[in-house]
Design a protein around this ligand. Structure first.
Ligand code: B12
Ligand code: SF4
Length: 471
């Protein structure tokens, strides 16, 4: 990583710096689910860079405590507080900053992260945030931590051109589980069982940006483009983690869009089975239209690289809604991907191998969605032979085109105190959430089943509506 040590860094090493990992109270004590336990790569990357430049930071997390009083007491005596603020952690960051200032009236609060980029006005309204860095932080964090006073309140971050420049994250800089019960199966500094593959789990990123422009997401509009991490670096990191903390059980590739850039994927196909200590099974994401565009590559990756959990943002089973979302995938693309993975799974099972399954991302409660659209979505789900459904009510996140529009129209129910990040929270005015609850509870099964074709009906039983409600 090409960052020169700031000349002042040596002089200010004695400043006491705290990085607060963000998340809900108790998530690393007695968590409700697995995702709350996962680690923050933004914080991991920036702390690794700081420490490699001789700038030490202490760190702990509200996730390790069960009361805000404990969090406040642990913040006493620090000169600087750093936080990676995403929209869904904004309420926690806001509260933490207030407590930090109460404990350290002369302390400085330095924030960055996704929410600073997509909702600057909300960040600026918090007087306790002394500095707000928009965009990527890897090229600026050392200077900022060395001498924050020379920076204005709002700062434009500096990123790397390619993820090849990122150092390997020092995973020991991540928070530990904070109860004996949780520590037992956590495998820190690796990560716990996610239900997707055997533990210990390694989460990592090979790419950062997605070129599509779905109106509910639209990452390309606020995450700067950068080169993908070279295949060999990814494999080297996995082998290093396996040898240092392993043996590894499985991998989660956190990329928003793993299945893009066929030349990178072909290299992965060629090298991962040959160079990795073991061909660990992994979770990674695709779009149904790209599966349809490069089906042979998809099949080869599933069969030869152990891509055994295929996450697809199907979102809806209705062309009308897919158009509202600007998903640029059609019902037919979705069905193509489903038929293909069903077939590959059947064949692999017949060969005595574990069948790959879908992690199917589905949204309900989309503005403009009619009951018949939602029924079609349920039918689509029922045609997947092996599936873990991940269903949430649509959330109008800032940063996305549709989110900005609905916020401007005053229809969002997400606020500074509650960003409603749970799948079944009500997020918008004007949506009949009771209809969707009834749908998930199976009260419309007759209408859903009546529209199923014979083949899908034959497969019925892969899961029940009850599973959906719990997803
Ligand atoms: C991995 C991931 C997850 C994982 C793990 C999350 C975790 N613990 O980190 C899981 C699957 C659990 C997850 C879940 C969710 N996620 Co998520 N996730 C991601 C993803 C794909 C990668 C995040 C990442 O590691 N990025 C790489 C790191 C290096 O980037 P970074 O953290 O932003 O940090 C950089 C900068 O922000 C900056 N920076 C950060 N902090 C600081 C501090 C300072 C001082 C400075 C100067 C700079 C700085 O520098 C860093 C390096 O460049 C992003 C999309 C993306 N491509 O980033 C979505 C994303 C962050 N997730 C998002 C959402 C909405 C969610 C969910 C709410 C989805 C849902 N409805 O359930 C849940 C909520 C989870 C929860 N705990 O409550 C949104 C957030 C939108 C927003 N406006 O904030 C994103 C952007 C995806 C999207 N487009 O919708 N997510
Ligand atoms: S939803 Fe998926 S495909 Fe669409 S912009 Fe976001 S990451 Fe890309």
């Amino acid at each position: 990583m090409e960052i020169n040590l700031h000349p002042k860094a040596a002089q200010v090493v004695e400043a006491r710096r705290l990085w607060l990992d963000l998340g809900d109270l108790g998530d690393l004590v007695n968590p409700a689910g697995s995702h709350e336990q996962w680690q923050d790569h933004g914080m991991g990357l920036l702390r690794t860079i700081l420490h490699q430049h001789g700038i030490q930071t202490d760190m702990f997390s509200p996730r390790q405590h069960t009361s805000w009083e404990h969090v406040a007491n642990r913040m006493a005596g620090y000169d600087m507080l750093f936080m990676n603020v995403r929209s869904y952690t904004f309420p926690v960051a806001y509260k933490a900053a207030q407590l930090f200032k109460a404990m350290n009236p002369n302390g400085t609060v330095l924030t960055g992260g996704m929410h600073a980029t997509v909702a600057l006005d909300e960040m600026k309204d918090v007087a306790e945030f002394d500095h707000i860095a928009q965009g990527p932080g890897e090229g600026i964090i050392v200077d900022l931590a060395s001498d924050p006073a020379i920076f204005p309140r709002v700062i434009l971050g500096v990123g790397s051109k390619s993820m090849a420049e990122w150092p390997m994250i020092d995973r020991e800089l991540w928070p530990k589980p904070a109860s004996r019960k949780l520590a037992r199966g956590f495998n820190w500094p690796l990560e716990p069982d996610s239900g997707w593959g055997p533990p210990p789990v390694v989460t990592l990123l090979t790419s950062r940006v997605c070129p599509w422009q779905c109106v509910f997401c639209n990452e390309a509009s606020y995450i700067p483009n950068m080169g993908r991490r070279p295949v060999e670096m990814v494999i080297e990191e996995l082998n290093y983690l396996d040898e240092t903390y392993g043996p590894l059980g499985s991998v989660v590739i956190h990329d928003s869009r793993f299945y893009q850039n066929p030349s990178w994927l072909r290299e992965w196909l060629e090298k991962y089975p040959r160079m990795a200590n073991k061909v660990w099974p992994y979770w990674a994401a695709a779009r149904s239209d790209t599966v349809r565009q490069w089906p042979d590559l998809f099949e080869a990756l599933v069969r030869e690289t152990n891509w055994n959990t295929v996450s697809i943002g199907f979102e809806s089973g209705s062309d009308r809604v897919l158009r509202i979302l600007n998903k640029e995938c059609t019902e037919e693309d979705n069905l193509f991907a489903i038929d293909l993975l069903n077939r590959i799974g059947d064949e692999m099972e017949a060969e005595g191998r574990d069948a790959p399954k879908f992690w199917a991302n589905i949204m309900l409660g989309i503005p403009g969605e009619e009951p018949e659209d939602a029924f079609k979505t349920m039918r689509m789900l029922k045609s997947m032979r092996r599936v873990m459904p991940s269903i949430s009510f649509y959330a109008p996140y800032p940063g996305s085109a549709l989110g900005y529009q609905l916020i401007a129209e005053g229809k969002s129910l997400m606020s500074k105190d509650n960003y409603h990040r749970f799948p079944d929270d009500e997020k918008l005015t004007g949506i009949d959430y009771q209809f969707y609850r009834d749908l998930l509870a199976g009260r419309y099964d007759d209408q859903v089943n009546a529209g199923l074709d014979a083949e899908a009906r034959r497969r019925e039983g892969a899961y029940s509506m009850g599973d959906l409600a719990k997803a």
